[in-house]
Design a protein. Structure first.
Lengths: 300, 60
C-alpha cells in the first residue's frame, strides 16, 4: 500500500494517481484537513481519521507531496497530567512519523520546508555558481537597478492581504534607494540571463526545461509573471554532467530525494537560484513530454 | 520605507514591490476556464474539468 500525503487541490497528485491505477498499485491519499488518532489493534499500530484508516505495517512506500499528517491532541485538566500526556502523545506521533519516513519514500514531511539561505550556502559548498547575495536592513550597499530583492520565505503569495485581492511578491529589481531602514531583506546581484532552467530531480536523475523568458518585458525578471497572450517558449534541456553531479551532491546534503531547482544560464555559467521540494513540475512534465508523474508512480 | 500596511513593526523591502492581484470571479469566461468537481476515484473535491492535454507523442 502506498501512502500519499497531499493537498486536496493538488492536481499533480491526481496525475500520479492516474498512473498508479494504470500500474495496479494500491494507495491511500491523505488530505491536509484530516486529523488522525493513533490507535492499536492486535498489537499493531494504526491511524484513524474521518475518512481513512491505515495500519503502519501495511504502508510499503510514502510520497510526501504537500500538507502533512496531523494528529488529534488530547488536553487534560490537571497541569501535571497534561504535561505528562503531552510528552507521551508527542513521542507516539514522533514514532509514527519516523516509522513512515523510514519506509521507501519520495520526500519527507520533516524536511519539506527548507531554508533558502541555508540552501544557498550548501549550493556554494557543492560547487554551484550562486549570484552574489546579502542580507540588509537598508539600501546603503545596494546598487540600484543592478540588484534584485525577493522574499526569504518559501511562499511569495499573501492570500488574504486584502478583501478582494491577494499579494504576490515576485523577484523585483531595486529601482530606487530607500531613505528609511526596513526589516532584514534578501538582496542578490541581478544577472543578465540568456534563459532560465527549471530542473526536476528525483533520486539522482534530473529532467530540465529551458524557459525563454528574457525576451518578454513581463517575464524578464520573474517568469512566474506569466504572459498568457504570448507564453514563454519552453523546451527540453540537458544540464552539463558536472552541474547534474553538483545538484546530486546538494540534494544529498539537504537529505532531499525529490525537488524542483531553478537555474539561470548566463554566458557559460549556470547560476543556481533555489530549490522547492514541493514545487510544481506539471509544466516541465507536459511541455517536455517527460511523463514525470509516471516516474514518481514507478518509484512508489 | 513607507509602511502601507499599517503594521507597527518594519516589513521587508519586498512589500514595497508587492503586486496586488484581484481575485477572479467565478463567472465562466471562455471554454478554457478551469472548473473543479468532486471525484471519488482520485480522492479529491477539486478534480479539474479542462480540455485534456494531448502530448506530442500521441500525435505521432
Amino acid at each position: 500500500m502506498i501512502l500519499i500525503i497531499s493537498n486536496k487541490k493538488d492536481q499533480t497528485t491526481v496525475e500520479v494517481i492516474k498512473w498508479l491505477y494504470r500500474m495496479n498499485k494500491q494507495f491511500i491519499r491523505v488530505h491536509e484537513d484530516e486529523v488522525f488518532e493513533i490507535k492499536t489493534e492486535s498489537k499493531k499500530v494504526f491511524l484513524e481519521s474521518q475518512r481513512n484508516t491505515l495500519f503502519l505495517d501495511d504502508i510499503k512506500s510514502v510520497w510526501y507531496r504537500r500538507g502533512g499528517i496531523r494528529f488529534k491532541h488530547f488536553r487534560y485538566e490537571n497541569d501535571s497530567i497534561d504535561e505528562h500526556m503531552y510528552e507521551i502523545q508527542h513521542w507516539l506521533q514522533d514514532y509514527v512519523l519516523k516509522t513512515l519516513e523510514s519506509k521507501k519514500h519520495i520526500n519527507k514531511q520533516s524536511n519539506s520546508q527548507i531554508n533558502k539561505l541555508w540552501v544557498l550556502e550548501k549550493a556554494i559548498q557543492a560547487g554551484l555558481d550562486v549570484p552574489e547575495y546579502f542580507l540588509a536592513e537598508n539600501t546603503d550597499e545596494v546598487i540600484v537597478n543592478k540588484t534584485i530583492v525577493k522574499p526569504i520565505a518559501g511562499s511569495s503569495v499573501l492570500e488574504t492581504l486584502k478583501k478582494d485581492s491577494y499579494g504576490m511578491m515576485y523577484t523585483s529589481i531595486v529601482e530606487k534607494p530607500e531613505k528609511d531602514s526596513f526589516f532584514i531583506s534578501f538582496f542578490q546581484k541581478k544577472i543578465e540571463k540568456d534563459f532560465e532552467i527549471r530542473t526536476f530531480y528525483l533520486n539522482g536523475k534530473t529532467w530540465s526545461m529551458a524557459i525563454f523568458s528574457q525576451n518578454d518585458e513581463q517575464t524578464k525578471v520573474d517568469f512566474r509573471k506569466y504572459n498568457d497572450e504570448n507564453p514563454n517558449r519552453n523546451v527540453r534541456y540537458k544540464l552539463p554532467k558536472n552541474i547534474e553531479e553538483k545538484v546530486h551532491i546538494l540534494m544529498q546534503t539537504l537529505d532531499l530525494n525529490c525537488g524542483s531547482l531553478d537555474f539561470m544560464k548566463s554566458g557559460n555559467k549556470y547560476y543556481f537560484l533555489e530549490i522547492n521540494p514541493v514545487g510544481q513540475f506539471g509544466n516541465v512534465s507536459a511541455d517536455c513530454n517527460y511523463f514525470l508523474e509516471r516516474e514518481i508512480a514507478l518509484q512508489l | 520605507m513607507r509602511n502601507n500596511f499599517k503594521e507597527k513593526h518594519k516589513l521587508p523591502l519586498t512589500f514595497q514591490y508587492i503586486e496586488m492581484i484581484k481575485n477572479k470571479s467565478n463567472k465562466k469566461k471562455n471554454s478554457n476556464t478551469v472548473f473543479y468537481t468532486k471525484c471519488t476515484k482520485y480522492e479529491t473535491d477539486f478534480y479539474a474539468i479542462e480540455k485534456p492535454i494531448k502530448p506530442l507523442v500521441r500525435m505521432l
